[in-house]
Ligand binder design. Sequence first.
Ligand SMILES: Nc1nc2c(c(=O)[nH]1)N[C@H]1C(S)=C(S)[C@@H](COP(=O)(O)OP(=O)(O)OC[C@H]3O[C@@H](n4cnc5c(=O)[nH]c(N)nc54)[C@H](O)[C@@H]3O)O[C@H]1N2
Ligand SMILES: Nc1nc2c(c(=O)[nH]1)N[C@H]1C(S)=C(S)[C@@H](COP(=O)(O)OP(=O)(O)OC[C@H]3O[C@@H](n4cnc5c(=O)[nH]c(N)nc54)[C@H](O)[C@@H]3O)O[C@H]1N2
Ligand SMILES: [Mo]
Length: 796
Amino acid sequence: MTDEKTPDAGDLLGQGAPGRPAVGRGPNAGGEFSQEDYHHPSAGWGAARSVAKVLAQSKEPIAGPRAIQRMNHENGGFDCPGCAWPDDRKGLHLDICENGIKHVTWEMTRKRVDREFFAGHTVTELSEWTDFALEDQGRLTEPMIYDRASDKYVPIAWAEAFELVGSTLRGLDSPHQASFYTSGRLSNEATFLYQLWVREFGTNNLPDCSNMCHEASGRALTASLGTGKGTCDLDDWAKADLLLVMGVNAASNAPRMLTSLAEAHRRGAQIVHINPLIEAASRRTIVPHEFLAMGTLHSTKTGTMNVQPRIGGDLALLRGVAKIVLERAETDPKAIDREFLQRYTTGFEAYRSLVEATGWAEIVHQSGVEEKAIRALAEVYLGADRTVVAWCLGLTQQEHGVDTVREIVNLLLLRGNLGREGAGPSPVRGHSNVQGNRTCGIDHRPPTLLLDRLEQVCSITPPREPGLDTIGTIEAMLTGEVKVFVSMGGNFSLATPDTATTFAALRNCELTVQVSTKLNRSHLIHGHRALILPCLGRTEKDVQLTGEQGVTVEDSMSMVHLSFGMKTPASPHLKSECAILAGMAQATLPASATPWKSYTQSYDRIRDVMAKVLDGFEDFNRRARLPLGFRIRQPARERVFLTPSGAAEFSCAPMPDVVPPTGRLTLGTVRSHDQWNTTIYSDNDRYRGVKNLRTALFMNTDDMRERGLNEFDLIDITSFARDGSTRSVYGYRAVAYNTPPGSVIGYMPELNVLCAIADHSQQSGQPLTKHLIVEVTPAVTGPATIPTGTPTEGGS
Ligand SMILES: Nc1nc2c(c(=O)[nH]1)N[C@H]1C(S)=C(S)[C@@H](COP(=O)(O)OP(=O)(O)OC[C@H]3O[C@@H](n4cnc5c(=O)[nH]c(N)nc54)[C@H](O)[C@@H]3O)O[C@H]1N2
Ligand SMILES: Nc1nc2c(c(=O)[nH]1)N[C@H]1C(S)=C(S)[C@@H](COP(=O)(O)OP(=O)(O)OC[C@H]3O[C@@H](n4cnc5c(=O)[nH]c(N)nc54)[C@H](O)[C@@H]3O)O[C@H]1N2
Ligand SMILES: [Mo]
């Protein structure tokens, strides 16, 4: 099929002419598109072809493959800037995947965005470009400042840029009038300097991408187990009898997990995928690190069972499983681990009563899964001695995300699946260092212990009141309470909900500062004054006064190791993130006793102070240099629970009502295979069989029939926010897909226009980007004539 003009959902606020794609689109919007079922194993030939194409396009025929050999390698390599899945610790094979290679080559491009580029284009003109086109211009090369008279970015010296940040911050009435965002690629060392600067300045306004990602997991695990991280490592994955994989599209978003799943299948473990969609990782794979050598390879199964709950139905499903486990315990004492429950947990009896009082009709209705299927799942759980439960955004971006993750823990506790080999909770984190950011102090609700240590060791007086998270920051920018916005990486304007509101909020700022590697939408949606400060990427050599510097990152499983860049920097004018932070800090705090300059000269000095401030970082410099790095101690793993009761705490959450009102549907927004969050590499989504179509809405055929829709019919989607406002996108296409009735799926970040600021979880503050209530109607008019994506009544 072809589309002459597909109006774009995010084409709003005059960014791009009507019908002309601007926000959130890939390179080849419009033209032929199709969708058909994908039958091949994941990470197979499709992945190999894709890698070959990426390397050819990067024009890095030598450096590209050499860099890939150095990725995730123990001696002197750099950590893949892609996802947070841990490296293979055995070091037996090249531990890489197709998407990791894409992210690395994306950073290593030879193209440059220099002062000539900016001189040639106004911001108004650039605003009309697609997001792909913006990032595709290549790497940023020198600091730039927005010049209102010419509507262009013009060069500025580093010292002047720092001084502008410093003087603007010093000029505020209160430090709380500034907010400091982090995207999860920032290294541990830069993270530590960042939070030190911000807290010495006087605020805890430290929003981060976690607020949209795994905030719910951290809160739930802290409440249940006393520490906000998973307890498992890859060895546990290798020893589990059952892997329960919930709400993650692993083949695209954590591809190296496929290796663990394939190995599990080979040794006879059960692998259950719980997802409204049957994703590629639940079928077969060619083990990712083997695909480069294909030819002789066989594919391996990566799933033994699929369960398809409705969107938001996981808590009900887990409670159904718990109900059967408790039922069985009446006749089979081994069904639950009584000794464990007695010795290490609290609240079991209350939980048991709650589960027993919950009827099957409610469980089936809310989960969207038949009792028979829940019983089958429970049998698998009862049959496994050791169970690991993994989860990602399908569970967290929900109103009741915290309760659902706590229900996972409840279920694990019942059978003592915690603090022993091959068992435990295992959240799959997103950005490569998002977990390390939290560990090293990026937290708008910092623990008292951290603040006490900063006070003792760093001699600062940190603020004690909580700061703003991502949603709070948008609201405060909108009202003018926050006037300065600093962003260490990321693409705030598109990653956040309610695109129109967020754009207005950013434009309301006195100063916006973006520390970035590539041009993106957040440089064009800026405050009254605006800076772009270009930094080194993780693949690049970072040379400071004492020589080449390495930085550390922490993966999903709490492993910390050093990462050394190996490429010559994209431009001689780039600074490291540590150096940029130190520069801004010095300019902000002229009387600071913190040795900012000395920290920049040698990151060992930063690590020495981190060792004194952060729990689990003792002897940091030595341990970071061990061949495989080190694992941060996770007390819950040793059955030490830092909860108020000193025990693992059962939770007794009420079952949420997740069934959409009559006539409406629940929309979850997801990534395609060919994108990194707001960076879209192409309009294809290989494992869902989609070619060249991002304005797709995956629907159950019954839901389509009820609305008189045929395959690829044009539709409008309207969301209904909690505050009564509505928002619409136009000219999407209905795609018949295996989804549960009532649940529909579309792509982020474009669909953020449908998520109101009010639509965030009361439990975690996370935007409900997996749970929007929508109506889908046949498009009123054809795609070419409709003004697109403009918020309708009340949606501002
Ligand atoms: N290549 C690539 N890798 C990435 C990223 C990327 O953009 N590209 N992003 C990184 C980041 S920051 C993150 S956080 C992770 C995200 O990794 P994922 O969590 O896999 O991200 P999504 O694409 O949002 O997919 C969510 C999955 O949850 C399912 N789902 C939706 N609603 C529900 C529900 O109610 N219940 C259940 N059980 N499942 C549901 C969807 O069908 C989908 O499979 O990936 C990281 N890795
Ligand atoms: N609707 C919807 N919205 C979502 C989600 C969803 O599932 N649905 N997921 C949410 C999640 S899980 C997340 S994590 C957020 C992601 O939110 P962000 O982390 O804010 O967004 P990214 O797209 O990952 O940021 C990409 C940009 O980072 C910059 N960058 C890349 N490498 C580096 C580096 O080494 N240093 C610096 N300083 N900059 C660098 C580049 O300029 C690039 O343009 O989006 C959230 N938004
Ligand atoms: Mo994320």
